[in-house]
Design a protein around this ligand. Structure first.
Ligand code: 76R
Length: 281
C-alpha cells in the first residue's frame, strides 16, 4: 500500500457473525433433562470464549424471519474464528440451529485524517516515496497511531454490552459517475469528516463497530450498532442517508436487528421465555 490514494487503517479483532434459524418445535419436543444439558454445554462454550483474552462472543435474539439467533465472535487471530466456529458446530444444540447467514470481517479504524497528515509530514521532512527512509518512517508513523489513546483501546474493545444490536454489511458505490474509489483522496476525506460529524452527534446513544471485509466476504464493510433504545438505529441510519457518504455512495446489504442477552440466559431464550436484560459479564 502506502499509496497516497489509499487511506491507511488499523485493524483489531477478527469478527465472525453467524445467523441461525432455531427449530423451536424440535427443541420443545426434547425431554427437559436433555434441553438443560444441551443448553448448559452451549452456555459453557460461549462463556469459555468470553473468558479468554484472545476471544469474545455474544448472543442476540434476531427479530424477523431472517434468523432467530445471531452469534458474534471476536478473535485476536483469524484462526480463532475457525476455532470458535468448529466448537460451536460440535455442540448438541447445533442439531436445532440451521445456518442462514454469516459474515467475516476485521475491526477497522479508518484513518483518512492521519494518512493525509503522514504524507504531508514526510514531504516536509524532504522525503519522497521512492526513498527507503520514506517507507520506514511511513510505517512507523502508521504504527504509532495504534498507540494513540483515542484509537488504541477501540481496536480491542470487547463486544459492547448494550441491549439492542443491529448488523448490516455495506459497500461504497462504484457506478458511473458515482464511484467512491475514483474520488480524489481529499474529497473522500472531506466526506468522511462530515460522516464522522453526524456519527458523533449520537455520542453516548450508540456504539458503532466498523469492520472491513474486503477480501473476506461479499461486501466491503460490516456495520454493528449497539444501543439501549432500538429507535436510535432508525434515527441515526436515517440521518446518515442525507449525508453524501451514504446518500450518494452507500449501498446496503441485509439488516439484522435484535436483542442481546447474556450467555447465562441462553436456556431462557431456548425454552421460549422473554430474554432478560444483559447482566454484567
Ligand atoms: O472520527 C471521525 O471523524 C470519523 C470516524 C469514523 C470513521 C473513519 C466514523 C464515525 N465512521 C468511520 C468509517 Mn462510520 N458508520 C457507518 C454507518 O448507515 C449508513 O449510512 C452507514 C453505516 C454508520 C451508521 C456509522 C456510524 N463508517 C466508516 C466506514 C468506512 C469507510 C471508509 O473507510 O471508506 C463505513 C462504511 C462507515 C459506516 N460512524 C462514525 C458512525 C458513528 C456513530 C460514528 C461516530 C463514532 C464516534 O466517534 O462516536
Amino acid at each position: 500500500m502506502r499509496d497516497p490514494n489509499v487511506p491507511e487503517s488499523l485493524e483489531g479483532w477478527w469478527i465472525l457473525h453467524r445467523m441461525f434459524a432455531f427449530d423451536r418445535r424440535g427443541w420443545d419436543a426434547l425431554p427437559e433433562k436433555r434441553r438443560a444439558r444441551y443448553a448448559s454445554h452451549a452456555r459453557d462454550l460461549i462463556e469459555h470464549l468470553r473468558s479468554r483474552e484472545e476471544s469474545d462472543a455474544g448472543l442476540a435474539q434476531i427479530v424477523g424471519h431472517k434468523g432467530d439467533l445471531m452469534v458474534t465472535h471476536y478473535a485476536r487471530e483469524f484462526d480463532g474464528l475457525a476455532y470458535a466456529q468448529t466448537l460451536l458446530d460440535k455442540l448438541e444444540l447445533r442439531e436445532f440451529l440451521t445456518p442462514l447467514g454469516s459474515y467475516a470481517s476485521v475491526l477497522e479504524l479508518g484513518m483518512y485524517d492521519a494518512t493525509g497528515k503522514i504524507h504531508a509530514e514526510l514531504a516536509e521532512r524532504g522525503l519522497t516515496p521512492q526513498m527507503p527512509e520514506w517507507v520506514a518512517q511511513f510505517d512507523e508513523l502508521v504504527r504509532k497511531q495504534a498507540e494513540s489513546p483515542y484509537l488504541g483501546p477501540r481496536l480491542w474493545a470487547r463486544i459492547p454490552q448494550r441491549r439492542y444490536v443491529c448488523f448490516y454489511p455495506m459497500n461504497k458505490k462504484r457506478e458511473g459517475n458515482d464511484n467512491w474509489f475514483m474520488l480524489p483522496f481529499a474529497d473522500r476525506a472531506k466526506l468522511m469528516t462530515e460522516h464522522g460529524k453526524v456519527g458523533r452527534s449520537y455520542q453516548g446513544m450508540v456504539t458503532q463497530v466498523i469492520s472491513g471485509s474486503i477480501g473476506f466476504d461479499d461486501y466491503e464493510w460490516g456495520v454493528d450498532l449497539y444501543a439501549d433504545d432500538p429507535l436510535v438505529f432508525k434515527k441515526l441510519v436515517y440521518e446518515m442517508r442525507f449525508d453524501e457518504a451514504s446518500s450518494r455512495y452507500g449501498e446496503f446489504g441485509a439488516f439484522w436487528s435484535g436483542l442481546q442477552f447474556s450467555p447465562d440466559q441462553l436456556h431462557v431464550f431456548l425454552d421460549g421465555e422473554s430474554v432478560p436484560q444483559l447482566t454484567a459479564p
